[in-house]
Design a protein around this ligand. Structure first.
Ligand code: NAD
Length: 593
């Protein structure tokens, strides 16, 4: 018979414990909330009161329900207060030593059949459990931050956890409105094991000044639809907690990519713990506040930034593929004169036809008038000779992703483009400097990495080489803004920001699947429900195409020679077998049925 759980003890009322207590009380469960001292209790109580009054203000909770909820929580500083609870959830700091001692003590206080759950993010639940006299009744119950909002809970069973304990905890998690996923005891479980490599990588990019914090965060929000950028998320998680999670993961995996980036330790030592201390990667208007305020790193828009911006009126686009036609549409619909250069008149006409079709769809949906459609098409001129691009202020190349092809285009552009024209490549994986080197004017060459579909996706990565002129960078940024895009600036390295952060994570997910730690459905659920990502890794891989994904992973591996980036054999095999994802009807999942 399932355990009856009516009173739950929550130990540690910080970022997570306070949220967990709120979740429990919202479901009508009585809570005994314990922190180490009166200050900890008051902080926790304040957090819960604040969070529930916000919910009332937003109309998500009525005042009476809030009072009832708060009435279900009693507070204390003595573990002996837990004598009568039916379940204990521990949420004290991420330290094995602390947790082991706490579990040993709690074990002596609560009834023998009571389940002890740890909210640890990465520590071994097995190691915690052996400090009690009931290792079979110890599980991980890993909530996500903010606990009242995110529905995922990872239920971690060790090799000795009793099956009925797992079943009861799963049922209890469902009672709380959560979506439980049961997994084994491995550092980082599903979600953090996949998330923290990515977060750490973003910190390394920040530390090496590869891109600004704002641009790193904007890249993942606008390029991947993530609810938060990686550095803002680290501030929410708490840098000290994140550091401990990475340390534990590194200790188990010995994967260099999990070794905490040094700046994290420096920030923690300096007291910059994230939102909870009022400052982390960003500065907030007070401890525990979500409101970012300007600081010394906040970019200022000054006349300096617009100095030397070149005038851009006429834009050339070379190519007729998906990206080329999308980019033509972007510029023509924003009032630029566009010259579309193709290898033949037929190809040029067909490409303009594609733009016309895309515009027609918008007319049909009522998003565009017939008149604007005609005006947009009227601004596009087909061309076959490179010489017809001579008057363009900006030429964007979007031909096949092959270096020799792109270099030939840049060689040709170099001969015809007027002095001062900006020459851009949309490459997603080749070095921009290789394109620049094919011209006699490397200072004018830049990467403009649009995302597919270009008319929809707001992000453009503006890639500077070591030769790109500052005025060219400023011009590219200004042009992006004029066509309604969000430019982010980065250097000329494989994968730029988005692909370099995204694909190693996707590859890690494939490795996790290959290792039989969890199945594709659980992994997708963990990332969507636990981290709020728009798609799980396997859904995304199938949409992007496994061949395209493999090519990007190979590019990253060949540039960085990071063993963690080596494409997972399973991905290679699926590609070899012709299972390329949605486009072939089968990838990680079967779409043919
Ligand atoms: P935190 O630093 O915000 O809070 C820890 C709380 O525990 C503090 O209130 C502290 O006073 C209290 N505490 C310390 N020692 C104690 C003891 N011996 N007895 C009782 N209370 C004690 O930490 P947090 O971010 O809430 O993390 C708590 C746990 O949850 C960690 O294991 C962490 O890995 C995990 N976790 C964190 C997140 C996150 O995003 N922060 C998400 C999921 C899980």
């Amino acid at each position: 018979m399932a355990r009856e759980i009516t009173i739950v003890g929550v130990v540690g009322l910080g970022t997570m414990g306070a949220g967990i207590a709120e979740v429990l009380a919202r479901s009508g469960v009585r809570v005994i909330a314990v922190d180490v001292d009166a200050a900890g209790v008051e902080r926790g109580r304040g957090h819960i009161e604040h969070s529930t009054s916000r919910a009332v203000a937003k109309g998500k909770l009525d005042g009476g329900a809030r009072d009832a909820l708060l009435g279900l929580i009693s507070y204390g500083t003595a573990l002996t207060d837990l004598a009568d609870v039916d379940l204990v959830i521990e949420a004290i700091p991420e330290s094995l030593d602390l947790k082991a001692r706490l579990f040993a003590e709690v074990d002596r206080i609560v009834r023998p059949e009571v389940v002890l759950a740890s909210n640890t993010s990465s520590l071994s639940v097995t190691q915690i459990s052996v400090h009690t006299g009931r290792p079979g009744k110890v599980v991980g119950l890993h909530f996500f931050n903010p606990a009242p909002v995110l529905r995922l809970t990872e239920v971690v069973r060790t090799v000795v956890t009793e099956p009925d304990v797992v079943a009861d905890v799963v049922e209890f998690a469902r009672r709380l409105g959560k979506e439980p996923v049961v997994i084994g005891d491995r550092a980082g479980f599903i979600a953090n094991a996949l998330l923290f490599g990515y977060l750490n990588h973003a910190v390394a990019m920040y530390e090496s000044r590869y891109a600004t914090r704002e641009d790193l965060d904007a890249a993942m929000r606008f390029g991947c639809g993530y609810p938060m950028g990686p550095l803002a998320l680290l501030d929410l998680i708490g840098l000290d907690t994140a550091y401990e999670i990475l340390e534990t993961m590194y200790g188990q995996s010995r994967n260099r990519l999990h070794a905490p980036t040094p700046i994290l330790k420096q920030m923690i030592t300096a007291g910059l713990l994230g939102r909870k201390s009022g400052r982390g990667f960003y500065t907030y208007d007070g401890p525990d506040s979500p409101t970012v305020v300007a600081d010394a790193q906040t970019p200022r828009t000054s006349s300096e930034d617009t100095k030397g911006v070149r005038e851009v009126r006429r834009v050339g686009v070379v190519g007729t593929g998906t990206m080329a036609t999308g980019i033509v549409e972007v510029f023509a619909s924003k009032g630029f004169d566009v010259i579309l250069r193709a290898r033949s008149a037929e190809k040029a006409a067909a490409a303009i036809g594609k733009v016309g079709k895309s515009l027609d769809r918008q007319v049909a949906k009522g998003r565009l008038s017939e008149e604007d459609r005609n005006a947009t098409l009227g601004r596009i001129t087909p061309a076959v000779e490179f010489a017809e691009l001579a008057d363009c202020d900006l030429v964007i190349e979007a031909v096949a992703e092959e270096l020799s092809v792109k270099q030939a285009v840049f060689g040709a552009l170099d001969e015809v483009a007027k002095p001062g024209a900006v020459l851009a490549t949309t490459t997603s994986s080749l070095p921009v400097i290789e394109c620049a080197a094919a011209t006699s004017r490397p200072q004018d060459v830049i990467g403009l990495h649009f995302f597919n579909p270009a008319p929809v996706m707001k992000l453009v990565e503006v890639v500077s080489t070591i030769s790109t002129g500052a005025d060219v960078v400023a011009t590219a940024g200004a042009v992006c803004a004029r066509v309604g895009k969000h430019p982010v600036h980065c250097g000329d390295r494989a994968g730029f920001i988005v692909n370099a952060l995204l694909f190693p994570y996707l590859n890690d997910a494939v490795r996790m699947l290959e290792a039989h730690y969890a199945d594709a459905d659980d992994i997708d659920t963990a990332m969507k429900v636990g981290c709020g990502l728009p798609m799980g890794p396997f859904e995304l891989l199938d949409v992007v195409g496994l061949d395209v994904s493999l090519a990007i992973e190979r590019t990253l591996f060949n540039e960085f020679h990071e063993s963690g980036y080596a494409p997972a054999p399973l991905l290679e095999h699926l590609v070899t077998a012709g299972r390329l994802g949605r486009k072939t009807g089968k990838g990680f999942r079967d779409y043919s049925r």
